[in-house]
Design a protein around this ligand. Structure first.
Ligand code: 13P
Length: 284
């Protein structure tokens, strides 16, 4: 199927009480693992690229893998640019065929975040590209965005309402206490804040920092209204461990295709589990 933007899939997820998984890919093999996991579970899925990954491979290489895999797939697939501060890169992805982009101006003062996010919506909407925007500061490292514990802060509910009314994002990412990367302790999720934002804001909500959250935390956030769940670090671990574990167990065998296959299987197994947990299996 041709790539689609996030609107229909997130709208259905919000109404249906489940979430669509958004997985940060690293290369062709991980892209294939995400799409075949979605195929196996008949789920809509979001392929996410970090800004660094786009710069590393180039937009044209990524769009060609994703289109080639999506064309022979029967599930709805969106291609989304994750946390991006650079308007030129956002423009490049829009022109290259991404169907969705995230402007992350959350480190800027509120008015500047608002104005940059609106600028991206004005750039994307006429081309039918969806936009995710963020408010608050999510702790941890995502790509080249580093937020220290002392700088992290939750989204303010009044600002969230004003932000979403003025920006009209297709997806809203408020900081609610989750973190990017590996959790050092038990995360303290602001469920009340999430509930308040969901009731007052029209846009579907994205849950960032998915790796390492307990099953009951995912279920509660989704039941409260998160329609998109972001998973990145888990794929980084499966990518390296899937490769290394196979080689360690077969260290005299220099057959790269077998190692790549082991990596693929490790990536796909985790993604299939995520999709089932988020409730999107069977919703394609
Ligand atoms: P994790 O790396 O914690 O899975 O977070 C992913 C994310 O939120 C990407 O935007």
């Amino acid at each position: 199927m041709p790539l689609e933007n996030m609107n229909v899939m997130l709208g259905k997820a919000k109404d249906g009480g489940y979430a669509v998984g958004a997985f940060n890919i690293l290369d062709y093999n991980s892209t294939k693992a995400v799409i075949l996991a979605a195929e196996q579970t008949s789920a809509p899925v979001i392929i996410q690229t970090s800004a660094k990954t786009v710069i590393f491979w180039g937009a044209s290489a990524i769009i060609s893998w994703v289109r080639q895999l999506a064309d022979s797939s029967s599930v709805p697939i969106a291609l989304h640019l994750d946390h991006c501060k650079d308007l030129d890169l956002i423009k490049n992805c829009i022109e290259s065929g991404w169907t969705s982009v995230m402007i992350d101006a959350s480190s800027k003062p509120f008015d500047e975040n608002l104005s940059l996010s609106r600028q991206v919506v004005r750039m994307a909407r006429p081309k039918n590209i969806t936009v995710e925007a963020e408010l608050g500061a999510i702790v941890g490292v995502e790509d080249d965005i580093h937020v220290k514990q002392q700088d992290a802060h939750l989204a303010d509910p009044e600002q969230a309402i004003e932000f979403c009314e003025k920006v009209e994002p297709d997806c809203f990412a408020p900081a609610i206490g989750t973190a990017h990367g590996v959790y050092k302790g038990v995360p303290k999720i602001a469920y009340d804040l999430l509930e308040e934002i969901v009731t007052k804001v029209a846009a579907p909500i994205a849950l960032h920092g998915g790796t390492g959250l307990a099953d009951d935390v995912f279920k509660k956030c989704i039941s409260l209204g998160c329609a998109k769940v972001n998973i990145s670090t888990q794929l980084k671990y499966a990518f390296i461990d899937g490769f290394a574990n196979y080689h360690n167990a077969n260290n005299t065998e220099y057959n790269p295709l077998k190692v790549i296959d082991a990596q693929f299987n490790a990536l796909k197994a985790g993604i299939v589990e995520n999709i089932k947990l988020f409730g999107s299996a069977g919703k394609a």
